[in-house]
Ligand binder design. Sequence first.
Ligand code: BEZ
Length: 251
Amino acid sequence: MANSQTWNPERYARNARFVADLGMPVVELLAADRGERILDLGCGDGALTLKLADMGCQVIGVDGSAEQVLAARKLGLDCRVMDGENLSFENEFDAVFSNAALHWMRNSDAVIAGVRRALRQDGRFVAELGGYGCCAKICKALVEALHRRGADGEGASPWYFPTVEDYSTRLVHGGFAVSSIALIQRPTPLPGDLTGWLETFAESFTSRLPPASRPSYIAEVEESLRPELCDAEGKWTADYVRLRFSARKQN
Ligand code: BEZ
């Protein structure tokens, strides 16, 4: 089934600003020089694209969401609607950068092939995505609550959270030398309750149900996770795991 996730820039800014705020380690790993030509793959609303532009890079952002691209363009950025599994650039970039986007692109071999085509000789691919085990507790609760409603829970997940071995092998087969790759446990405090996160990111699950049933589904998932992910002060922490890597195009 197609990924039914949609993006609303205001909702994203309210519930998910932390995604870009916590993206600085991958910006640092990119170590971009002024004047470098960078592709930001899955640029979203452009928060990190802007950081790269402010560092003096010539940056182009691409994202599958027209709404997010419009929000990014309002920041004065050169951003375009493009399918990450079907990139159309050739030999143009010193580096392809990506934060928190690749786990939405399930055909990773197509992504890697497009990134390789987009890069100049020796170009780098530096990215962070959800890694193996990311949001495992949240995913399990979403799946189980769908099962209780007679819906296919596993088939609803839009995400691909690879292991180090899986993604390294794909990079190498795709024509890259891996400079560094690691899985990082990153429990992530949420700015509000889990409902805000679920409403922002879990539409592929909720859309399996009729609209009238969705609020009680979300409430049930939140309640089932409260003992594990919410502390005594009511602060929610999501069980994020990141996969961060740097790779170089081989000729
Ligand atoms: C993220 O934005 O990093 C993310 C979104 C959904 C699930 C896991 C991670």
